[in-house]
Design a protein around this ligand. Structure first.
Ligand code: ATP
Length: 517
């Protein structure tokens, strides 16, 4: 675990050192849980967004995109339930003065029981060697059983408290924390305040004169911009059910427990798609979208063992199914994307609050009804984090050398090709620039002449550039260059005119998409 935390710290400093992610307002010592993307980060982020957008909008005939404003009519957030219920249950430790999410403290405690079980299993495996039967061991070992029983009991109690009639049972959450003897990780004490609710929406004012101004919210999700445009898009696009509307945009949440780098930010970006379906078909569509989204993730080649679904314990009252796609981050399996079957809750609420009829006329059955919705919602920044974490490697090379390399999928890499003249003279720089000038129309290329070739390779490895090309004296005679592959570090001599065809297909987003059905 400690080693994993170490790796995570290294990834954070790597992101800063190589222009991926900077703390916001860095020269003013930063702003909590807000980050800026640097010269390489913005390219990687744009590629992630492209990969999502092209998959959703280009490959699905019945999905279209929109780009709605961040500011919206304040009643929208009443209708959606965010004004009354977009709360986190918070608890403070009086000694450390630190504030925590009560639900997160309890979830961490459940994870501790699982860790204890895993430790017993590891011991068993060591003791019994080849004859070890993990399933039987888990089912019979007294310490495994005891911890599983504790975890399950806690799980049940937690679920009951979160799903209590009306809203979350705050007193019960505190009692669970006390009964489980959960301590503050900073002070180590159990000196807790009561649990209370905290709304996560940022408020601001629209309108110049104070008396004429009205309070509005920075949107905490992009989805509502889609719901309130359902009629506009359906009518103007003459869309037939089932159809989807996709959107990428900023969202804002005043997160209290802001930690783990860009995993939990106060300003972040979401890629959301609402898929409108005929009532009664939603659970089939929920299953379909689970499969499609998982395939999208796995097409990046990070290994299926690094993903899992986590079905929700606490279903919102309007949802009839919900799951998270979790990815194996250095700090455990964590949510990257949520897939929710939201019934007709949002459209019905907006119909009620706006007084407009929001329905679909089904030409096949001659009926009017409010469509049901399957939502897929993924954080760009969390996706970015999972990509960087998986790509990062400190590699031991033969001969005792080491290198830090980002094994980014080529289609997501910020720069696809770096072109180096071997020396800064004899016409080599001119030839190298000629290559860049030709290829830059097709993919992202850079020219580099500073330092030894070896150092230049290392710099490109560190930002995940899949290909480097070196122009040497022979190039001027034979029209060939040395093409070096980031992952294998193998070099081959290729003709300049073949470079585009050798590289373009491998680094393009369509190449990733073609791997998907
Ligand atoms: P969590 O339980 O981690 O707070 P959530 O379940 O509230 O997340 P959703 O409301 O389902 O998240 O949002 C959909 C996606 O938006 C998440 O899967 C995540 O990728 C992203 N996301 C949500 N909150 C944040 C945040 N504060 N910072 C970065 N990404 C976020």
């Amino acid at each position: 675990m400690a080693a994993q935390e170490d790796v995570f710290k290294k990834i954070i400093s790597h992101c800063k050192e190589y222009g991926f992610v900077f703390p916001s307002s860095d020269i003013y010592d930063g702003l909590g849980a807000v980050y800026d993307y640097g010269q390489n980060g913005v390219e990687l982020k744009n590629n992630i967004k492209q990969y999502w957008w092209q998959y959703m909008v280009l490959l699905h005939e019945n999905i279209v995109g929109i780009d709605s404003a961040i500011f919206m009519h304040p009643t929208i957030w009443k209708a959606s339930g965010h004004v009354d219920a977009f709360n986190d249950p918070l608890i403070d430790n009086r000694d450390s003065k630190k504030r925590y999410r009560a639900d997160v403290l309890i979830e961490d405690q459940m994870a501790k029981y699982d860790e204890k079980i895993d430790k017993e299993v590891a011991k068993g495996r060591k003791r019994f060697g080849d004859s070890f039967d993990e399933e039987q061991f888990r089912a019979t070992n007294p310490r495994c059983l005891e911890n599983a029983q504790k975890r399950d009991a806690l799980h049940q109690r937690f679920q009951d408290a979160m799903n209590a009639e009306g809203s979350i049972d705050l007193e019960e959450l505190k009692q669970i924390i006390l009964d489980e003897e959960i301590v503050c990780p900073i002070s180590g004490t159990r000196n807790w305040t009561d649990v209370r609710q905290f709304n996560l929406m940022f408020k601001t004012e629209i309108g110049a004169a104070a008396e004429g101004a009205s309070t509005i919210y920075l949107r905490p999700e992009t989805a509502q911009g889609i719901f309130v445009n359902y009629l506009n898009v359906q009518k103007t696009g003459r869309m037939k059910l089932p159809f989807g509307i996709a959107q990428i945009g900023k969202a804002f949440r005043n997160e209290i427990v802001a930690r783990q780098f860009i995993f939990r930010m106060r300003e972040f970006e979401q890629m959301e798609m609402q898929f409108f379906v005929k009532p009664g078909t939603e659970l089939d569509w929920f299953q379909t979208w689970k499969e499609r989204r998982m395939a999208w993730h796995q097409a990046l080649g990070f290994g299926s063992e690094n993903y899992r679904f986590h079905d929700h314990d606490k279903l919102a009252h309007y949802a009839n199914a919900a799951t998270d796609v979790e990815f194996h981050m250095p700090f455990g399996f964590k949510e990257v994307e949520g897939i929710h079957s939201r019934t007709n809750f949002d459209l019905s609420q907006h119909a009620k609050f706006s007084g407009k009829k929001i329905e679909y006329f089904d030409p096949e059955t001659n009926e009017h009804y409010t469509p049901y919705v399957i939502e897929t919602s993924i954080g760009v920044d969390r996706m970015f984090l999972s990509v960087i974490c998986h790509a990062y490697e400190e590699q031991q090379l033969e001969g005792g050398d080491t290198r830090t390399v980002l094994h980014l999928p080529a289609a997501l890499a910020p720069i696809k090709l770096a072109v180096f003249p071997l020396t800064k003279k004899d016409g080599l720089p001119e030839k190298a620039r000629e290559i860049v000038d030709e290829l830059k129309f097709h993919f992202n290329c850079i020219y580099e002449e500073k330092d030894q070739i070896g150092k230049r390779y290392r710099r490109q490895d560190a930002i995940g550039t899949p290909y480097c090309v070196t122009v040497d004296h022979d190039t001027l005679q034979d029209g060939c260059v040395t093409l070096r592959d980031r992952d294998t570090m193998q070099q081959q001599r290729v003709k300049i005119e073949d470079l585009r065809s050798l590289i373009e297909d491998k680094v393009s987003i369509p190449s990733l998409l073609k791997g998907l059905k």
